[in-house]
Design a protein around this ligand. Structure first.
Ligand code: ZN
Length: 412
């Protein structure tokens, strides 16, 4: 089955959990065959939630189903909605993937040929390898690219920063490596991963904060060398919340336990975001591109405030399509308002997933499937971007930000 629909999410949560506040699963079987406490309807007080295993059938009256309820995995209703559908296998304009993870596809001529075929089928003209390729590895990758007449102008590479042991002398070394990598062909920095701010320790043993002043010379060097800094900070906010039945990412965390973050962890979501914003603020001459729309695609008001306050911040849309596509009107307005500072990027390289992005950006289709059920139980809607905005998001903004991208041959 392709999808669990938006209705399924709602239904399954109601059936399974019975209440938006329920923390515990209902008794085995979920429902109450043959009647039970829920069958005649149990009244609740205003503001109270229905008990687990029941749902509100009339105002303040809760009832459980007569047959066993399916689990969140097994409830897969078919939508009966009939509306026009406009799948978009190829982007309307040639696109740049600013958030590329092609991995070994760029390390051999055979890999490059496979990458070219996939990119052609999607109208993806250029891929930025955002895999922190530095030093000798960068030189090897550049040599492989330059030897490919077909791909030498279709892939560009970002370098990385080694954040281990920040302390006296660190910045000079990091800047020297950065300059060497630029000489070798790197055109930007990133993707700085989510370990930055969480995992790295300074030479003195303390946690390396995102806004640590010892890093400022490095950010200044990025500005001087005209290198945008592509940075991923933290995880979706729900990962930092208790894994209860009110959590939108319950299934994802159940499937991938390593994604759960203890609600007691520090820095937590807001602490990390505050450090990140401070990093952006204290380095106004450095251009930052926040991956995954800074994990604020679910709160575009917050993101708009950040971007208004800090003109050096741009955002990339990888892996947050489920949030863009569930608010077609708000997302449309946001993209129009910040059309000069939003970049297309995909993250995980799965060619069959790109057309979902094209469809959300280019059409006004209603209520269609997303590609990963566990991310989002809801359906997507097209946000119908005007052509001028599409061109900016697909390629013009990236070309402006990254001088080292091939600048010729793009549509006006
Ligand atoms: Zn990434």
């Amino acid at each position: 089955m392709r999808s669990v629909s938006g209705f399924a999410y709602f239904g399954a949560v109601l059936l399974l959990a019975g209440s938006l506040q329920a923390q515990q699963p209902p008794p085995a079987g979920g429902g109450r065959p043959g009647g039970g406490p829920g069958r005649r309807g149990s009244p609740i007080q205003p503001g109270e939630a229905c008990p687990p295993g029941t749902t509100e059938i009339r105002p303040r009256l809760c009832q459980g189903p007569e047959v066993a309820a399916p689990s969140i995995l097994d409830y897969r209703p078919r939508s009966t909605l009939v509306v026009p559908a406009h799948p978009v296998p190829r982007a309307k304009y040639p696109a740049i993937d600013f958030h590329g993870h092609p991995r070994d596809l760029v390390t051999s001529p055979e890999g490059l040929a496979r990458l070219a075929a996939a990119m052609d089928s999607l109208n993806l003209r250029l891929m930025v390898v955002a895999e922190n390729v530095s030093g000798e590895r960068l030189q090897r990758t550049m040599a492989t690219l330059r030897a490919s007449p077909q791909m030498k102008d279709r892939v560009r590479v970002f370098t990385g920063i080694d954040f281990r042991n920040v302390g006296p002398g660190w910045a000079e070394k990091a800047i020297a490596q950065l300059e060497a990598d630029v000489a070798a062909g790197a055109v930007g920095v990133g993707e700085i991963g989510k370990g930055f701010g969480q995992a790295y320790r300074k030479a003195d043993g303390s946690r390396l904060r995102l806004d640590d002043p010892e890093l400022d010379p490095l950010w200044a060097a990025c500005a001087r060398l005209n290198l945008p800094v592509f940075i991923h900070t933290g995880d979706p906010q729900e990962f930092y919340r208790p894994m209860d039945y009110t959590n939108e990412r319950w299934l994802e965390m159940a499937l991938f336990p390593e994604r759960r973050i203890s609600p007691d962890q520090h820095p937590n979501f807001d602490e990390l975001m505050a450090e990140r914003d401070n990093l952006f603020r204290r380095n106004p001459k450095t251009t930052f591109v926040a991956a995954h729309m800074g994990w604020h695609a679910n709160d575009l008001g917050r993101l708009a405030k950040l971007m208004t306050e800090m003109p050096n911040v741009h955002v990339e849309v990888g892996a947050v399509l489920y949030d863009i596509g569930r608010q077609p009107r708000a997302a449309h307005d946001f993209f129009v308002r910040f059309q000069d500072r939003i970049l297309f990027g995909k993250d995980s390289f799965q060619p069959e997933e790109y057309p979902y992005y094209w469809r959300v950006f280019e059409t006004r289709d209603d209520y269609f499937d997303y590609y990963r059920d566990y991310h989002a139980f809801w359906k997507l809607y097209g946000i119908d971007l005007p052509d001028a905005v599409l061109k900016k998001v697909y390629y013009q903004n990236a070309l402006k930000l990254v001088r080292g991208l091939p600048q010729g041959g793009w549509p006006k």
